[in-house]
Each structure stands twice: as C-alpha cells, then as structure tokens.
Design a protein around this ligand. Sequence first.
Ligand SMILES: NC(=O)c1ccc[n+]([C@@H]2O[C@H](COP(=O)([O-])OP(=O)(O)OC[C@H]3O[C@@H](n4cnc5c(N)ncnc54)[C@H](OP(=O)(O)O)[C@@H]3O)[C@@H](O)[C@H]2O)c1
Length: 335
Amino acid sequence: MSALENLTVRLAKRPIGMPDASTWTIAREPAPTAGDGQVLVKVDAISLDPAMRGWLNEGKSYIDPVGVGDVMRALGVGQVIESNSPAVQVGDWVSGGFGAQSYAAVAAKDVARINIKAAPPERWLGDLGMSGMTAYFGILEVGALKDGEVVVVSAAAGAVGALVGQIAKIKGCTVVGIAGGADKRRYVVETLGFDACIDYKNEDVAAKLKEYCPKGLDVYFDNVGGEILEACLGRLKRGARIVICGAISGYNDFGNIKGPRNYLNLLVNRARMEGFVVFDYAPRYGEAVKQLLTWMGEGKIKSREQVEVGLERFPDALTMLFTGANTGKLVLKVG
Ligand SMILES: NC(=O)c1ccc[n+]([C@@H]2O[C@H](COP(=O)([O-])OP(=O)(O)OC[C@H]3O[C@@H](n4cnc5c(N)ncnc54)[C@H](OP(=O)(O)O)[C@@H]3O)[C@@H](O)[C@H]2O)c1
C-alpha cells in the first residue's frame, strides 16, 4: 500500500429501480501499488454508461455483475505513475477498466495507450472510446448501412446516437433523430446536422416518423427500446435492419419490459433485428479510431462531452443518463 489516498465508489447494495445514494459507499482508502506486470494509473476521468445499471443486477449477462462491496466497474483514462512493465512507461496516458476510483493498479497488458495530443482525454471515453466504437461498428457493420438510405436513431443527442447519425450523414443518408425536449431536437438538427429530429416527450413519434420517412426507414438504430422501438417497427421498408444497441427505457425496471407487439412487421418486410456487444469488435478498434480521427480532422464530426467533476458526484451523475440530463458523452472527472 502506498501513502496515496484513493477515493473509491463501491457497490453497497443492489438497487431496485433507479440507483440512489444508498446504492453506493464512497470512501477514502490507501491507494494500491503496482504489482508484477502491473501499472499504477492516476485516473483522470471515468465514463458513465447506461450499461452500468445492468451490471448492478444479479444474474448472468454478457459480463458478470459487479459484486456487492466491489469498486464500481468503469472505463477510464489516466496517467501511469508507476510501471512494472517494459511495455508501458511512467507518464504514458492510457485507457482501460480502471473502476470508479482515483488510483487503479492494473495489468499493463490490459491498458491501451491514448494520444492526448490528437484529442483531449475525455474524448477517448466518448467518440474515440467505447461509445464511438459502438456507434461505428453498430451502424456500419450490424446495420450494414448503404449510402443514401433512410436512417432513424434514438437517444440522438447522446454519446452513441449523435455519432451514429453523423456517420450516416457522412454516408449520404437521410437521418432522423429521436430525442427528448425542444433543446435537444434543435441541437440534433442545427448542430449535428441531422435532417430532422422528433421530440418524443412532446410529439407523436409514429405520426412524425410518417412525415419524415414517407417511404419508410432502412435502418433503425435502437438505443431505447419500448414504445419508440414499436413505432419504428411500424415504418420498416422491405429489407430493413434494426440494430439493437440498447434499451435504456427499461433498464431500471428490467423485469417488466413488454412487447414489441408488432414484431411481425419483420416478417412482412423481410427485415431483421440484431443485437450486438461492442467488445466483440475490440480487435478492430484501431481501424475505427483511425477513421474517426480522419473525419474529425476534416470537420465532419462534432464531438461533445458533458463533463461532471468529482467522484463524490458519481451517484447523481449516473442518474443523469436516465433522466436525459446529459447532452453528448457523460464523463466524470475524478477531480
Ligand atoms: N451494445 C453495446 O455494446 C453498447 C455499448 C455502449 C452503449 N450501448 C447502449 O447505447 C445506448 C446509448 O448509450 P450512451 O452511452 O450513448 O448514452 P446517452 O445516449 O449519452 O445517454 C442516455 C440517453 O438516453 C435517453 N433516455 C433515457 N431514458 C429514456 C427513455 N425512457 N426513453 C427514451 N430515451 C431515454 C436520454 O436522452 P433523451 O433526453 O433524449 O431522453 C439520455 O440522455 C444505451 O442503451 C446503452 O446501453 C450499447
């Protein structure tokens, strides 16, 4: 143990419904030191992700749940301050699964170097991190996007959705976003350059889809599930693809997810609906980062991070994803 103080966010108990302050224990502990083959990272920022809610539930998913008493799992970026590996040097900036804490001792083989001259650290959690990889492989590979198609994306002002729509615009598609509130609707059209955006909190999604996609949609990139998925299932073109990226509308009440009632539209339209987990594309992340950096350099992608400050804010900041209080990639600076 070192003399450094480690602020940690640990899971105190499994939440029912929306997590709150009682879900977490925030404590000051002695920081770990780097063991054999490990590096000690001073964590600069962590990524806040809707998937975190799923990791709090008991039971098998695509990844084990976080154990009660464990440091909350989180992707992070930071700087190496001790190294017991020739592969990583003190001073290197790296990303990895550092957890919600200020210092992390991790195997050197499990960190990736990031170039903070190319983009600021928080962008390596957003468009150049897991959110960006999800958008890139989700729309291009799972969605099998073709130039000029009609694309609809939900949670359009969020980390994944905003990038999905911008990639589709680069590919010459007609892009319709769905987001909550007039401010987000304006942001999606005026700043991100989508062709239209539906404010699902104040507008009739099915009616607006009919207006904006009069001949139907080729790809629906689903981040939210629920009634919005059902409305999009009602506008499929023949051969359409629905990318199941997430279903945030049900994450706090997973046991009661219903529908979609009209899934037989997949049959009628010879369409398909396919889920994916971004980690399966890890061997190809480098290819995506290179392309995204090129597009950024050409001014074709606008990145936005919403940065909250202080690990103590973790409980409140996490819930922002479920109330829609974030625009762009939600990041927590360790402070
Ligand atoms: N499959 C994978 O490998 C993978 C990887 C990463 C992320 N994901 C998924 O991608 C989706 C987006 O994640 P993100 O990190 O980019 O989050 P995000 O979009 O930045 O933030 C979540 C957004 O979801 C919207 N939302 C919350 N509750 C909603 C509801 N009941 N109905 C409709 N919209 C709601 C809110 O926007 P509004 O204000 O517009 O409501 C909120 O800002 C999530 O479902 C996540 O689980 C999947």
